[in-house]
Design a protein around this ligand. Structure first.
Ligand SMILES: [Zn+2]
Length: 416
C-alpha cells in the first residue's frame, strides 16, 4: 500500500470524532436550520482541507399537498458546490446529501457504541459517514503528484431523502459538465456495490366528498375515506401484474370525528419501476382507476406527483467504471462485486442525465432509515482508501475516461 493510502489509517480517530459531531446535528430533510448548520460546518472543513471554491445555492421550497387539497410550502436547506481545477482534462462529480430521514422530534438524535467497531447514530451510514469518506479521499488525492490531471466538483444536496425535488435540476446541469460520477451512498447491506437501480415516483391522492351528519343526514354525505379505500384497493391489485413494478401506499389521512361523513381524505404512495416503459404503464393504470372512482356521485379524486427518478440501467461506460472500482477493491484486499437493488438515489438522476457513475462508495453499515442505523467504524478508513485509489487510477489515464460532455465554464472562458 502506498504511503498516501497508509496515512489515511492514522485518520481513524479524527474521522470518528467528526462523524459523532455531524450525526449530533439534526438534519431531517424538512429541518432547514439543521441541514444548513450541517452544510456550514462541512463547507468550512472542505474549504480548509481542500482549498477549493465554495458556492451555496438556495433551492425553491418543497410543496406538499395537505388533506384539504391545499399545498404547503416547506423551505429546503441550501445546496453546496465545491470545485477544484475546472480546467483539468478529466472532470469528476462527487455527490452526497446533507439530509437524513430523522426529523427533529424523533427519539434518535445522538450516537452510541454497540461494540468497539460499531457506532449507532442518525445518518452515520446514510450518509454523513459517506461525506467524510469523500472529503478524506479528496484530501489524500490532493497530496498526490497526479492531482493536476483531474478536476472535481463536490455537490452536497439537502433533499435526497425526499427524492431531490429541489436539487434535481442542478444535479442534471452539473452532470453535463463532468465525465464520471462518484456518489457516497452506503454500500449494500452485504458490503457490495449497487449496479442497476429501480426507478421511483411519489404521488399524492386527494379525495373530496360531501360532509354530512352521521345520524341525521347520512344519506346526503359522500364518504371521501371510503372512496379512497376503493382507490387504494385497486392500486394494490396492480402489484404482481408487471415484472419488477411495485406500488406501496405509505400514508393515509382523513376525517375529523366519527359522527361526521368525512369530505376529505388523502393518501401518499410510492411506485418503483424496473425499466423506463413501466412509467407509461403505471400512468395508464392510475388514470383508469382515477376515472373509475370519479364516476361516483359527489366524489372527486385528484392525483398529484410523478416519477422523479428513472430506473438506472448500466451501459458500457458504467461497466468500465465498475471494473475499475472492483480492480481497486481487489488491490486493497476486499474484492467487491455489484448487484441490482430496488433502492434508488441520485445515481438514478445522474444516469438519466447521461453521466456514468458508481453510487455506493460510502461506508459499510446497516439498518438505514431506522433508529438502529449503524456504521462499521473502520469502513471510514477503508472506503476513503478505496476512493483515493479510484481517483489515482482515473488520473493516471485521464484520456480513457473523457466523454463528450459540455465544457466547464472555466474551459469556455479559456477558449475565448
Ligand atoms: Zn442516502
Amino acid at each position: 500500500m502506498s504511503s498516501l493510502l497508509r496515512k489515511i489509517t492514522e485518520r481513524q480517530p479524527a474521522l470518528t470524532e467528526s462523524l459523532i459531531e455531524l450525526a449530533g446535528i439534526n438534519s431531517g430533510t424538512l429541518n432547514k436550520a439543521g441541514v444548513d448548520d450541517t452544510g456550514r460546518l462541512l463547507g468550512k472543513t472542505f474549504q480548509q482541507r481542500l482549498g477549493c471554491t465554495h458556492e451555496q445555492v438556495q433551492l425553491p421550497p418543497y410543496l406538499l399537498y395537505q388533506t384539504d387539497g391545499n399545498e404547503l410550502e416547506h423551505p429546503l436547506g441550501d445546496l453546496h458546490l465545491f470545485r477544484k481545477r475546472p480546467e483539468a482534462p478529466l472532470q469528476i462529480l462527487l455527490s452526497g446529501h446533507l439530509d437524513t430521514v430523522f426529523p427533529p422530534d424523533s427519539d434518535f438524535q445522538q450516537c452510541d457504541w454497540l461494540d468497539p467497531q460499531t457506532l449507532r447514530g442518525p445518518g452515520v451510514s446514510d450518509m454523513k459517514g459517506g461525506i467524510l469518506v469523500m472529503l478524506e479521499a479528496l484530501s489524500a488525492f490532493e497530496n498526490s503528484s497526479l492531482s493536476s490531471q483531474l478536476g472535481w466538483t463536490v455537490l452536497l444536496n439537502p433533499d435526497e431523502e425526499i427524492g431531490s425535488p429541489g436539487s434535481a435540476s442542478i444535479i442534471t446541469q452539473q452532470a453535463a459538465h463532468h465525465d464520471l460520477g462518484m456518489i457516497y451512498e452506503p454500500a449494500l447491506p452485504n458490503g457490495q456495490l449497487a449496479g442497476e437501480r429501480k426507478g421511483s415516483g411519489n404521488f399524492t391522492v386527494i379525495v373530496k366528498g360531501v360532509a354530512a351528519h352521521a345520524g341525521r343526514e347520512h344519506h346526503l354525505g359522500r364518504n371521501a375515506i371510503c372512496a379512497l379505500a376503493e382507490f387504494i384497493t385497486e392500486l394494490d391489485r396492480l402489484n404482481g401484474q408487471r415484472e419488477g413494478v411495485t406500488l406501496n401506499v405509505g400514508i393515509v389521512n382523513g376525517g375529523v370525528t366519527t359522527n361526521q361523513v368525512p369530505d376529505r381524505a388523502r393518501c401518499r404512495f410510492n411506485i418503483r419501476t424496473r425499466i423506463s416503459d413501466d412509467e407509461l404503464w403505471c400512468k395508464q393504470q392510475l388514470q383508469r382507476i382515477q376515472q373509475q372512482i370519479n364516476l361516483k356521485n359527489g366524489i372527486s379524486l385528484n392525483l398529484h406527483g410523478g416519477f422523479g427518478r428513472p430506473p438506472k440501467s448500466l451501459n458500457k461506460a458504467h461497466l468500465s467504471l465498475f471494473q475499475l472500482v472492483t480492480d481497486c477493491s481487489k488491490q486493497l484486499g476486499t474484492p467487491l462485486v455489484w448487484e441490482a437493488t430496488g433502492g434508488c438515489c441520485d445515481g438514478n438522476n445522474l444516469t438519466a442525465a447521461g453521466l456514468p457513475n458508481v453510487d455506493t462508495l460510502g461506508v459499510l453499515g446497516g439498518k438505514i432509515h431506522s433508529s438502529q442505523e449503524f456504521i462499521n467504524i473502520e469502513s471510514l478508513v477503508h472506503r476513503a482508501q478505496l476512493s483515493t485509489l479510484i481517483l489515482l487510477q482515473l488520473a493516471k489515464q485521464p484520456n480513457r475516461w473523457i466523454r463528450h460532455r459540455k465544457p466547464t465554464p472555466q474551459e469556455l472562458s479559456n477558449e475565448t
